[in-house]
Design a protein around this ligand. Structure first.
Ligand code: SF4
Ligand code: SF4
Length: 653
């Protein structure tokens, strides 16, 4: 191989780098490093002229190694690898020094920042000297997609991919798709009926020839890599034969046994054989073993007797279905915050303190009260307090803003005013009306006779201090605009609860090898530039599993995830990373330590040869096995000992 001839390019990144670091000094320093043939500076190396500068030098000066000192490799490593490749050299003969995030943004002293930049440039130059060309491989992309979660995000993504002509497996753990959105009454700010806008989409997803609905099902296992995943899905027994049932509902009518309805949050009851709500998709009931008399006591079978189509099947077992897909979209949504631990608000103690989601059901015309806003005793409330930020913007629970509570609180005011004569009190910290039409909605609601009290209530109590307070719930707090303590006697209190990461988010994250933030939501590849991808290629996220968001943002994100999947499908193939680990089988002792440690299950033990072997398609190049191998049998291509030692030597200049 030809002797290394290195070009070094130091970026100003506008004033991001040049405002702190003395770029010309770094360039002069780089010129003096061994094997450096040219060193230059430019305002924006990532721009077309910046890239052309590198390409021209490669051609004119016959450079065979390149170092760019600029921003994070996460942002532009691919940009520069592509540039050097276009100029005819292997993309792995390139190295990046991050003098923005590691120097100018973190080191206040200009002199120190410049010295640090020199050290990082020196490290990159010494390292690139030992780089070897690596070859990437292409694998075909299976055009089928797995979508996990059948709420609005999952449905939207499924329809977009299916409409484009590709097969989708839509897996939902509940017996019907619809998610939380189908539980809502109206949606803000347009006050559309939530079910009216969602059910057509649910029906389309249910009947689409390219969508295979797998409700009452859970993903149990995932193997493989982008373009080529294998998923094992457990289809839980419904005890109803889907191919025979026509959804007539006679079984549910005749079933004599009841349990609390999960869909109505325990505010109503359903039968032991049930569909969660009347417009369920698919419209096939499911038997709940926990409340079915036959499963509990060995007798009854009323549903079976009355089912003319002989669809009831008590012998049905859970089934494991295996599917092959190329891409995965996770749209598992959120859990509503349980306000019981906030004892001061009396949820669970006072029957007329309800959560926002419970109020949605109370308001809903097909809900437990037929849409009448009533107290537990059936009477109409004369006054209602709506408390914002319950469990959100609170360092004891969730510090983040849940983004929807202000708006749904306003929506509740409107619905209360529309259906009752009650006085309404909104008790808020700030009004956050950030979306399209939201501020206008707030202004409109302000004119509907609602009383706004700025300040987070301290408690909800039943200790009356006056005649007027007797028999009421008293919301006690400070009106921070007036600077006075207020006591507001009301009949009902609605707690606008936070949105939190689902209780099983950790399991889902492990299953799909994606990361969670401190708040439990899944982490996107880049919050601004790549908000639907994850660090696992081929696995995308959409909706509230990423962070709390409203319906328009959820739908937009689901469409974005679908577009990313469609782009990969239409490309038909993906390039696999070449910087992976490789085992020298001569040195491998067969101890299998690496097999157990690899977080991506990329290493198999080959019994007949008694050695371990890495599946390069699965290896993500994390380096865990390299560090763990007691026989030093594993090398990480692009992170060889030679390269790392040279880098350390370089940084110590
Ligand atoms: S067996 Fe009896 S209890 Fe069970 S679902 Fe059928 S009718 Fe209901
Ligand atoms: S840890 Fe090293 S020696 Fe042990 S099986 Fe893996 S490669 Fe072979």
């Amino acid at each position: 191989m030809a002797k290394p001839k290195i070009g070094v390019y130091v970026c100003h990144c506008g004033s991001n780098i040049a405002g702190t670091i003395d770029v010309p000094q770094v360039v002069e320093f780089a010129k003096g490093l061994p094997a450096v043939a040219i060193a230059r500076e430019y305002k924006f190396m990532c721009s077309d002229p910046g890239q052309s500068m590198i390409k021209d030098d490669i051609n004119n000066l016959k450079l065979n190694r390149v170092v760019v000192a600029s921003c994070s490799p996460l942002l532009h490593e691919q940009t520069f690898r592509r540039a050097v490749q276009e100029a005819g050299i292997n993309p792995y003969l390139f190295e990046m020094a991050n003098i923005r995030e590691h120097c100018s943004w973190t080191t206040e002293d200009h002199g120190e920042a410049t010295e640090k930049a020199k050290a990082l440039v020196s490290a990159a130059v010494k390292r690139v000297y030992y780089h070897q060309p690596l070859e990437t491989r292409e694998v075909p992309v299976n055009p089928n997609t797995l979508i996990v979660g059948g709420g609005i995000a999952g449905i939207q993504a499924a329809l977009e991919i299916a409409d484009a002509g590709h097969k989708v497996y839509l897996v939902e753990k509940d017996p019907s798709i619809g998610g939380h959105m189908i539980q809502f009454d109206k949606t803000f700010p347009t006050l559309d009926c939530s079910a009216c806008i969602l059910t057509p989409k649910m029906t389309s997803a249910g009947s689409h020839h390219n969508i295979e609905l797998m409700t009452h099902s859970e993903v149990k296992e995932i193997a493989g890599f982008i373009g080529n995943f294998k998923a094992k899905i457990r289809k839980k027994a419904r005890f109803v034969d889907e191919s025979k049932c026509n959804g007539c509902g006679v079984c549910m009518e005749k079933c004599p046994w009841k349990a609390d309805s999960e869909f109505d949050l325990g505010l109503s009851q359903r039968k032991a054989i049930y569909t969660p709500f009347p417009q369920a998709v698919p419209n096939i009931p499911v038997i709940d073993k926990e409340s079915c008399a036959y499963f509990l006591k060995g007798k009854c079978r009323a549903c079976e007797k009355f089912c003319e189509r002989e669809a009831i099947d008590f012998e049905q077992q859970d089934k494991i279905v295996e599917i092959d897909v190329g891409n995965i979209i996770i749209a598992t949504g959120y859990d509503p915050f349980d306000p019981t631990p906030i004892i001061k608000y009396g949820y669970g103690k006072f029957p007329n303190v309800v959560t926002g989601l419970e109020f949605e059901r109370i308001c809903n015309s097909v809900g437990p009260t037929g849409g009448k806003i009533v107290l537990k005793d059936g009477s109409e409330p004369k006054s209602i307090a709506i408390i914002h930020c319950v469990g959100s913007r609170d360092e004891n629970y969730h510090e983040y803003c849940s983004r929807v509570c202000c708006m749904y609180a306003l929506k509740y005011s409107h619905l209360i005013k529309e259906k009752t004569k009650a006085d309404v009190y909104q008790m808020y910290i700030d009004m956050r009306c950030f979306g399209k039409g939201y501020e206008e909605f707030y202004k409109r609601l302000s004119k509907e006779g609602v009383t706004f009290i700025r300040g987070k209530p301290a408690e909800v109590s039943d200790r009356a201090m006056s005649e007027e307070e007797k028999g009421k719930l008293i919301v006690v707090g400070e009106d921070s605009l007036l600077g006075t303590i207020v006591r507001v006697p009301v009949d009902m209190v609605i707690l606008c609860i936070a949105l939190e990461a689902r209780a099983d988010a950790k399991n889902v994250a492990q299953l799909f090898s994606i990361s969670q933030g401190a708040d439990g939501f899944f982490i996107e590849r880049h919050p601004k530039l790549d908000p639907v991808a994850t660090m696992t290629e081929g696995v995308f996220i959409a909706g509230c599993c990423q962070s709390p968001k409203d319906i328009p943002d959820t739908v937009a994100q689901a469409s974005a995830a679908a577009t990313r999947v469609l782009a990969l499908i239409s490309k038909g193939k993906v390039e696999l990373e070449a910087a992976v680990a490789v085992i020298d089988e001569e040195k491998c002792s067969g101890c299998r330590i690496c097999n157990l440690l690899c977080p991506y299950n990329a290493i198999d033990f080959i019994e007949k040869d008694e050695v371990s072997r890495i599946n390069e398609a699965l290896c993500k190049g994390c380096g865990t096995c390299v560090a763990a191998c007691p026989s030093a049998a594993i090398t990480h291509k692009h992170f060889t000992t030679e390269e790392i030692m040279a880098e350390i030597e370089g940084v110590l200049v």
